[in-house]
Design a protein around this ligand. Structure first.
Ligand SMILES: N[C@@H](CCC(=O)N[C@@H](CS)C(=O)NCC(=O)O)C(=O)O
Length: 218
């Protein structure tokens, strides 16, 4: 785990979808930051050194040169959005803004925690879940959230998740679709999610943030 002290750092991992969200936001805003890989599969997130920075033992973690640290991807993204308002990551209209947060929170609060590495490891340790049981568990919880999001998005018009402007909803959606594909979820029932994912994923900020484009990707 190499650290850089002279510019802001994002502690992350190439395949972490929560870190992926923050990478997209950094790219959309053209914020310069070092990427510091934390090898989750090797358990580096649980080390004393890393827990001294983030007691939760999770990535991402944002750190600024004066020592300010912030965990939780959505807190980091909203912090960056206030500090560097251009381009804004939330819609201007207050109802649209709330709907955008609804989509983002459905992913970050309802879907993502169920499929996190430590939850899957606990399923294996306590209940003997193997790779296929873990994938099926993941598919179940992603589908539960995607069913709700698809219904919401179907009632909205626009190129992106919320209207025609990229927002926090797309920033959360694209990494979650990436995870869904990893665990073999059939996306056919989700045409609006699939369309929003495709429209966002072809943008340079999203392409540069993709897991396979990261320096720590194998
Ligand atoms: N709600 C947190 C979730 C952070 C999180 O769960 N990160 C995962 C990677 S996507 C992690 O560090 N997992 C390590 C582990 O489970 O041991 C956020 O949005 O930042």
């Amino acid at each position: 785990m190499k650290d850089a002290l002279l510019e802001p750092c994002l502690f992350g991992y190439w395949r972490s979808s929560a870190a992926y969200r923050v990478r997209i936001a950094l790219n959309l805003k053209a914020i310069a930051a070092s990427q510091v890989p934390v090898q989750l599969q090797a358990g580096e997130q649980k080390s004393a050194d890393y827990r001294a920075l983030n007691p939760a033992g999770l990535v991402p973690l944002w750190r600024e040169p004066d020592g300010f640290t912030l965990a939780q991807s959505l807190a980091i993204i909203e912090y960056l959005d206030e500090k560097f308002p251009d381009p804004p990551l939330l819609p201007d209209d207050f109802r649209q803004k709330a709907l955008c947060r609804e989509i983002a929170y459905t992913i970050a609060c309802d879907i993502h925690p169920a499929g996190n590495l430590r939850v899957l490891e606990k399923l294996t340790a306590d209940y003997g879940a193997g790779p296929e049981a873990r994938a099926a568990w993941n598919r179940h919880w992603i589908a539960a959230g995607f069913d709700a999001i698809e219904t919401r998005l179907a009632a909205m018009a626009g190129r992106h998740a919320i209207g025609d402007r990229i927002s926090l909803a797309d920033i959360c959606l694209v990494p979650q679709v990436y995870n869904a594909l990893r665990v073999g979820l059939d996306l056919a029932p989700y045409p609006r999610i699939t369309a929003a994912d495709a429209a966002a994923r072809k943008l340079p900020a999203f392409m540069a943030a993709a897991p396979e484009a990261q320096a720590d990707a194998p």
